[in-house]
Design a protein around this ligand. Structure first.
Ligand SMILES: [Ca+2]
Ligand SMILES: [Ca+2]
Ligand SMILES: [Ca+2]
Length: 452
């Protein structure tokens, strides 16, 4: 049995275990700094960048860094943007790169004094290793994401089956110009993210692989016919980019982490914003940190009395010969009481369907006439495995018939509505047009009869 397959099995064993209470020895790589950026220009409406990364080993054992086999880390970078659209904020992924393959670990002291220098085939305990933006953007040394299992850290090596990179943008961190243009993105805030994947640390289990992404704010500008990025602020270590929405932009954003048994982690952020007297925008962002199974659907409660308005979706795009479909997930309201966004095809129909893969984030949104209540969202896992879904609490639209907002529809709601209506209380203005009339009464009775 090869070392890599041994590691993969060990990793799953460790993740499946429950002994998380005590510190686990082992190597633990993090992104200590995003320290360097480059812009390469544009082709066909797409701009290319690269981001330099400095890794640190904060564990208590050395981390493998062997260039000639699959026992070295791979490094991905992403770009994200926050902006306000029609009164509500959205934090979206707008770009992704292929993966830099680590080839030699220096023995630097970025995170702590390096007391364990090595010959370059391992990252010493407490030591750091820098890759410049130029190295991370060197096209011939970049491999596809699709061949990497970010949960176990396994990938075949050497990389095969890839086509030559396109000039300028091939394999690099690609972003559509429309996602960068000042005119279309007034007031936007941009972030880059770096993430290391290492089979070696995964073998020691229980959490070392969940701190491998860090983010940093960048500024975007346009000059000499190309988009440029410049570093801003400082690197936020051990935080996936989705945390920037809450920790940099808006402290009221809710974030939770959901782990898939024997697999990896999803991070879900959401926020409900009242954008008009009778309108609320629900924004959900789902980042797949390192789940190999990926997500194939996302479902939230949506009562039949809720208006469907500005239903939206966003995903970043795979490129440069990755086999994945890039078509957007369609929203489906056909099941009463919920909305589900899903891939165009399931895993059986197409293993390369447009699933939410590791290292990427999707957004789901709608605006409706219903205020929020506590409800449920569900991730449908894409690849088969133990358990098909993960459910967790989020804010969802409250049904019109639940007039007293206690999360159930019963006769008290009817009584309370009739009282409010006869008192000329605007709480009974169910259609939100600012006047109380028979149409409001009709709307409520219709929703009440349907139980939604
Ligand atoms: Ca780690
Ligand atoms: Ca009620
Ligand atoms: Ca009305």
């Amino acid at each position: 049995m090869s070392r890599s397959s041994t590691l993969a099995i060990l990793c799953i064993t460790a993740l499946a275990g429950t002994a998380l209470a005590f510190p686990t020895p082992g190597p633990d790589v993090i992104v200590g700094d995003l320290h360097d950026v480059l812009a390469y220009g544009q082709t066909g409406g797409i701009s290319a960048f690269s981001v330099g990364t400095v890794s640190c080993n904060i564990g208590n054992q050395r981390l493998s860094w062997i260039s000639g086999n699959n026992q070295h880390p791979v490094i991905g970078t992403n770009m994200f943007r926050y902006k306000v659209v029609n009164g509500a904020g959205r934090f979206e992924q707008i770009g992704q790169s292929w993966l830099k393959h680590g080839f030699y670990a220096l023995s630097g002291s970025l995170c702590s004094p390096c007391g364990d220098p090595t010959d370059g085939t391992q990252l010493g305990v407490g030591c750091s290793d820098p890759y410049s933006a130029s190295l991370n953007g060197s096209q011939s040394n970049l491999g596809p994401r699709s061949q990497v299992n970010a949960s176990t850290g396994y990938y075949p090596f050497p990389v095969t089956g890839v086509t030559s990179p396109a000039a300028i943008i091939g394999r690099r961190l690609q972003v559509r110009n429309t996602d960068l243009a000042a005119a279309e993105n007034a007031g936007a805030t941009y972030f880059v993210e770096g993430q290391y994947v290492s089979a070696d640390e995964c073998a020691y289990g229980a959490g070392a692989q969940f701190n491998n992404a860090s983010f940093r704010r960048v500024n975007v500008s346009f000059a000499s016919n190309q988009y440029n990025i410049a570093l801003n602020s400082t690197t936020q270590r051990q935080k996936a980019a989705i945390f920037a929405w809450r920790d940099v932009i808006d402290s009221t954003v809710n974030i939770q982490e959901q782990d898939v048994r024997s697999d990896g982690r999803f991070i879900i952020a959401h926020k409900v914003t009242q954008v008009a007297p009778n309108r609320w925008t629900y924004e959900y962002a789902l980042q797949n940190l390192n789940s190999d199974r990926g997500a194939g659907s996302f479902t939230v409660n949506f009562p039949c009395s809720a208006l469907q308005q500005d239903v939206g979706f966003n995903a970043s795009f795979s490129h440069s010969g990755e086999p994945y479909d890039n078509s957007p997930w369609a929203a489906n309201f056909s099941t009463p009481g919920q909305v589900t966004w899903a891939t165009a095809q399931n895993f059986t129909q197409n293993p390369n369907a447009n699933a939410l893969r590791w290292g990427t984030m999707n957004n789901f949104r709608f605006t409706t006439n219903r205020p929020p209540r506590n409800g449920t969202a569900t991730i449908g896992l894409f690849k088969p495995g133990s358990g098909a879904t993960i459910s967790f609490g989020v804010q969802v639209p409250r049904s019109m018939s639940d007039f007293n907002a206690d999360n159930i529809t019963d006769f008290f709601d009817y009584l309370d509505f009739v009282q409010a209506f006869s008192d000329s209380s605007m709480t009974a203005d169910t259609d939100g047009d600012g006047t109380l009339d028979f149409f409001d009464y009709l709307d409520f009775v219709t929703a009440f009869s349907a139980g939604c």
